[in-house]
Design a binder for this molecule. Structure first.
Ligand SMILES: N[C@@H](CCC(=O)N[C@@H](CS)C(=O)NCC(=O)O)C(=O)O
Length: 225
């Protein structure tokens, strides 16, 4: 959605309510056996990976050669970052979030936190000496990575002192209009899902907030009722 907004491309969107597990409905599973969003349906073509979807739409309609350069070498650099996002960052999201969302786990486990911190260090290194992951100009690769990092940030906050370059990049990305129109709503919904997870007893939940946002707003203390 951020990619679409950055490219100023509109398509017909269908809202799938993950709170109601609509992404596991037979209709969706028939399109995407992995039961994840987003899914793109374009006539007979069905795609269920955000990177493939973005690249497909951009190849057809994007006229902005900074967001998606046309020369093969620059495109390969974007592909490389897409693979880093999907192959390295995304699995961290899954191993941190799924136990909380689906297995009644209450915290991100220390080993997972360590691995996410390691990934933040890698991102910090990748960004050193450049303004954007793709180099001089912000590209679709920055957009893919900010989708994952802003989500991971809910689970393991990006520390400003430890990762100043990454933090500054995140801040600059968050100022982009497409971040507001394409990311904030989903990010807030995800934060809420992490906060409430599978917990049935809301009193219990108050004692042990899960998301970093809630933990920070309560000063990290357990709420005593
Ligand atoms: N590699 C996929 C991952 C998609 C993905 O995991 N999406 C999340 C939402 S952002 C999801 O659908 N999770 C399923 C769930 O939480 O049950 C992509 O980039 O599109």
């Amino acid at each position: 959605m951020m990619g679409l907004d950055a490219m100023n491309i509109s398509l017909t969107e269908v809202d799938v309510d993950m709170d109601q597990a609509e992404h596991r409905s037979p209709e969706i599973v028939a399109m995407n056996p992995l039961q994840t969003l987003p899914i793109l349906k374009d006539k007979e073509l069905i795609l269920y990976d955000s990177h493939a979807i973005t690249m497909y739409i951009a190849s057809l309609y994007c006229e902005d050669t900074k967001l998606l350069p046309s020369n093969p070498a620059s495109r390969a650099l974007i592909d490389q970052l897409f693979h880093y996002d999907g192959g390295i960052l995304y699995p961290h999201y899954r191993s941190c979030a799924y136990p909380i969302l689906y297995e009644n786990c209450r915290f991100v486990m220390p080993q997972q936190t360590k691995e996410v911190e390691y990934a933040y260090q890698e991102l910090e290194t990748l960004l050193k000496g450049r303004s954007w992951f793709s180099g001089t100009y912000m590209s679709l690769a920055d957009i893919a990575i900010v989708a994952t990092v802003s989500t991971l940030n809910v689970l393991v906050p990006v520390n400003k002192e430890r990762y100043p370059v990454l933090f500054s990049w995140m801040f600059r990305m968050s100022q982009k209009p497409f971040y507001t129109t394409g990311n904030l709503k989903g990010l807030n919904e995800f934060t809420k899902r992490i906060d409430t997870g599978n917990v049935k007893d809301l009193q219990e939940l108050k004692k042990s907030p899960r998301s970093s946002v809630t933990r920070r707003s309560t000063g990290g203390k357990l709420v005593d009722n």
